[in-house]
Each structure stands twice: as structure tokens, then as C-alpha cells.
Design a binder for this molecule. Structure first.
Ligand SMILES: Cc1cc2nc3c(=O)[nH]c(=O)nc-3n(C[C@H](O)[C@H](O)[C@H](O)COP(=O)(O)OP(=O)(O)OC[C@H]3O[C@@H](n4cnc5c(N)ncnc54)[C@H](O)[C@@H]3O)c2cc1C
Length: 437
């Protein structure tokens, strides 16, 4: 195997959002430093290209450090636009343009890139152990990385005075993030809060391992509503056990629930399997008619020209057809004395109990989570390098001087809406500014 040895002032491990922001900032603020980005994918910013469904929800007017982030984008010539709900996008609404601009800007500032190179390990030699001639009285980091190409496996040793670990988490592994950073951080003495996928869909018992619930195809149906999450280890899900609530578009899929409000819910569904905990401690309730009162709506129509209308039909006036059919099938506790299903019963013949049951199912439709969708579907990682060991203002490790841990690799995650990219930009900029000083 061939072996190369090289040196840089700063090595940035990972050319994603955080790493590219740090690289450009260093190029602008400390042009004399030799900066090298090591990126395992054939090009940097693969994940950036996939963000915001290809539009890149770059930030949010409510995100921490929003002004600093916008100042950075202005400096590099990226024009952005903010929507009334606070979501900020590049003006072109092209995520690819953002990744290309960041890469080109970094290259034009003299940042070096090593693409298709995987960082395997980082060792730290404190300044006291390194001769002045070797280190210039600085810390020394020694990194091992490999390149696999047509010529076989090449191994490279890199010496640097500063390392920015910007290797992301485990969400979206096809974009290069499979959790390498956790292993390297652990080997450097850092503790890692167990990473779990978040901002993803929820599989539910009602779908009975992939089958349509109640034989009704809900997959592909969308409904505005309010989702609530209840948490109780003994399964008594009273109102006092509600831990999350959000209005939005609920997407019913072939496995269960999805949509931004459901994604955000998954950030509240952490549990410890090793301690014997399971998803049984959670219950999801959906209000599919949050602005109205379905009980009053039905009672209004029990007399007069709608009296003979079947209950199932009246529900279809407020809910999409598959959802109306599912709600009434769930509310049905059995056929009546004439062998009629609840859906077929005329409004006028519904008992009080039946009206209440329909109302309960419209306003509090229950879903029992069986699984949180895995890393392939997740947008972010919950968990990561412990924040107790990172300086919040500079992203520098509190254990090792000269080592910086930025972006999703650290134990920070946020809801949808541009907050996770904001965290990546901001922590990358903070690391670069600290080094530049
Ligand atoms: C599909 C999808 C859509 C998203 N949309 C949005 C959105 O619109 N808005 C938002 O705010 N957030 C969004 N996110 C989340 C956001 O993209 C991430 O939180 C953010 O990219 C994290 O930035 P990062 O720099 O920490 O890590 P990443 O951007 O993941 O970059 C890490 C980089 O490190 C590289 N790497 C990993 N290991 C090694 C190694 N051993 N050697 C060398 N390189 C390595 C990876 O290849 C990768 O390029 C989305 C996520 C996904 C998956």
C-alpha cells in the first residue's frame, strides 16, 4: 500500500454544510492558513443538494444566530428570500446552486479539497510532547485517511495544528454520513449521547406491518390537522401526559404517519431500549377537524334534509374519502340490530353514544407507534458528541485544545424549518472565527 504524508494548518473533516462554512470563513479571515477539507464523497455538499426537497431551506428568521448567518451569505454573494412564516431559501430555490457556490467560493479562497478520501482516525499530541521545531509550539493532530481508487488503496497521514470535525451524524447515510465522527470523537476521549434518527415518519400498529388499516388504503392521503403526542410508561394517556402538539399537514403513507408536524414529533420520542423501554409508552392522537366541532356538526344535521344521509357520507363532507371511511370504520363498535354498519346508518338513527364515538375518532384519532423510520428516511440525528464537552461559543472541544466539533455531529437537533442547517453554518463559522483569531 502506498503511503503519503502531508501537512496543513487546519484540517476540516467533512465537506458538508458546517465544514464548507468553516472553510470559506477561514479563507476570508485567515488567508495565510493552509486549510484542507477531507471529504469522503466524490464531491462536497452532497446532503446540501438534497435539502428542502431540492430547494434548501437554508435558515429561519427565528434561528439562533440568524443575523450572523445572513451576514455570511451576503459576504459570499448568496441572495436569499424569507417567507412570512420565517423560512429562508436561496433566491433561486436551488439547493444545488448553494452547494456549488460554497464549494467554488472555498476553492477560490485557496482552500484545498481532498475528495473521495475517508478520514479513519485522529490522534492528538499535546504541545508539551512535541518539539518546538516540529510544532511551532502548537498542538499537533495526526490523521490517517484512505482513498480507494482504481490503483487500489492509498493511505495518507496528515499533520495539522487544528482540526474541525464536521462529519455530520447518521441521518441520510447515502450522503456520506454513517456516524464515523462518533467513533473518532470517542477515541479522542469524548462521550457520545446515543444517536437516534429524528425528523422522520412513524410506523403504526394500525397498519399491521404494512397492510392498510381497516382494509382502507390511507397511503397517499393528506389532511390538515393537529397531531399530539402522549407519553406514559403505564399507557394511561390522559391529557396531562401530552408532551407535544403541532398543527400542520398530516401525511398518511403506506406504513403510517408522515409530514412536517409528524417529523417534529419524533424529536420527542426518545426512549431507552436497553433499559427495557419501548414505543408502547407513546400514543399519537390526531384532530382531523381542529377548527370545528364534529359532534355539533352531526347533531345539526340529524333533523331536517340531511336526516336520511348515511353517517359515512356526512363525514366525507369534512374529511377526504379514505380518511372519512377509516374514521367511521374505527368508530364502529359492531353492526346494529338491522345488520347495518355505522357508515350506512342514517344520521337520524345515530345514538348519542355513536355520535360521541364518531366525534372522538375525528378529534382524537389514535395511532400506536410501532417504529420510528430509520436512518435512510431521517433528516437529522438526535444525540451525538456531548455538549458538556464543547465550548458553545467557539465549538472548541473542552477536552482537547485545537479540536472543534461542529454541526450535527454534536448533540444538537432542531425542528424542521431551516434550524438544522442554521446550526451547521453557525457552529462552523464559530470554529473558523476562533481559529482565525
Ligand atoms: C433529505 C434531507 C433534507 C434536509 N433538509 C433540510 C432543510 O431544508 N433545512 C435544514 O435546516 N436542514 C435540513 N436537513 C438537515 C441538514 O441537512 C443537516 O442537519 C446538515 O446538513 C448538517 O450539517 P453538517 O455539516 O453537520 O453535516 P453534513 O451536511 O451531513 O456533512 C457531513 C459531511 O461529512 C462527510 N464525512 C462523514 N464521514 C466522513 C469521513 N470519515 N471522512 C471524510 N468525510 C466524512 C460526509 O460525506 C458529509 O459530506 C435535511 C437533511 C436531509 C437528510
Amino acid at each position: 500500500m502506498q503511503r503519503e504524508i502531508r501537512r496543513a494548518d487546519v484540517v476540516i473533516a467533512g465537506g458538508g454544510a458546517s465544514g464548507l462554512a468553516a472553510a470559506i470563513e477561514l479563507g476570508m479571515k485567515a488567508p495565510d492558513l493552509d486549510v484542507l477539507v477531507i471529504e469522503k464523497m466524490p464531491e462536497p455538499g452532497r446532503k446540501i443538494r438534497a435539502t428542502g426537497s431540492g430547494r434548501c431551506n437554508i435558515s429561519n428568521t427565528g434561528a439562533a444566530g440568524f443575523n450572523r448567518i445572513m451576514e455570511f451569505f451576503r459576504e459570499i454573494g448568496l441572495v436569499t428570500k424569507a417567507y412570512e412564516n420565517g423560512l429562508v431559501y436561496p433566491y433561486s430555490e436551488s439547493a444545488s446552486d448553494v452547494a456549488t457556490l460554497l464549494t467554488e467560493r472555498a476553492a477560490s479562497l485557496g482552500v484545498h479539497f481532498a475528495f473521495g478520501e475517508e478520514l479513519m482516525s485522529v490522534k492528538h499530541l499535546p504541545a508539551s510532547l512535541v518539539s518546538d521545531a516540529e510544532s511551532g509550539s502548537r498542538n499537533v493532530f495526526i490523521m490517517e485517511s484512505v482513498i480507494k481508487d482504481r490503483d487500489g488503496l492509498r493511505s495518507i497521514t496528515t499533520h495539522a495544528s487544528f482540526v474541525i470535525m464536521a462529519m455530520g451524524g447518521k441521518a441520510g447515510p447515502t450522503y456520506g454520513t454513517i456516524g464515523d465522527g462518533y467513533r473518532i470523537a470517542r477515541n479522542l476521549g469524548h462521550s457520545v449521547v446515543t444517536p437516534v434518527p429524528a425528523l422522520t415518519g412513524i410506523e403504526c400498529d394500525e397498519w399491521d406491518t404494512g397492510n392498510d388499516p381497516c382494509g382502507i388504503t390511507l397511503g397517499g392521503t393528506r389532511s390538515s390537522g393537529v397531531v399530539s403526542l402522549y407519553k406514559d410508561p403505564s399507557g394511561n394517556f390522559g391529557e396531562e401526559t401530552r408532551v407535544f402538539e403541532e398543527a400542520g399537514e398530516i401525511q398518511f403513507t403506506k406504513y403510517g404517519l408522515s409530514g412536517i408536524c409528524v417529523f417534529n414529533m419524533t424529536r420527542h420520542m426518545r426512549f431507552d431500549r436497553r433499559a427495557g423501554e419501548s414505543l408502547d409508552r407513546f400514543l399519537v392522537r390526531a384532530d382531523l377537524f381542529p377548527k370545528g366541532d364534529i359532534e355539533a356538526y352531526i347533531r345539526d344535521r340529524q333533523k331536517g334534509r340531511f336526516a336520511d344521509t348515511p353517517a359515512g357520507e356526512i363525514l366525507r363532507t369534512v374529511l377526504k374519502e379514505p380518511l372519512a371511511d377509516y374514521v367511521i370504520a374505527s368508530a364502529d363498535s359492531g353492526r346494529d340490530e338491522y345488520g347495518r354498519a355505522l357508515a350506512d346508518k342514517p344520521l337520524s338513527s345515530l345514538s348519542d353514544e355513536e355520535v360521541r364515538s364518531i366525534a372522538d375518532h375525528v378529534h382524537k384519532l389514535e395511532f400506536h407507534p410501532s417504529q420510528i423510520r430509520g436512518w435512510n428516511d431521517a433528516q437529522v440525528t438526535m444525540g451525538g458528541v456531548s455538549l458538556d464537552e464543547i465550548n458553545e461559543a467557539t465549538s472548541e472541544s473542552l477536552l482537547i485544545k485545537g479540536l472543534y466539533i461542529t454541526g450535527e455531529l454534536a448533540d444538537r437537533d432542531y425542528p424542521c424549518g431551516g434550524y438544522n442547517l442554521s446550526n451547521a453554518w453557525l457552529t462552523g463559522l464559530a470554529a473558523a472565527d476562533d481559529i482565525a483569531q
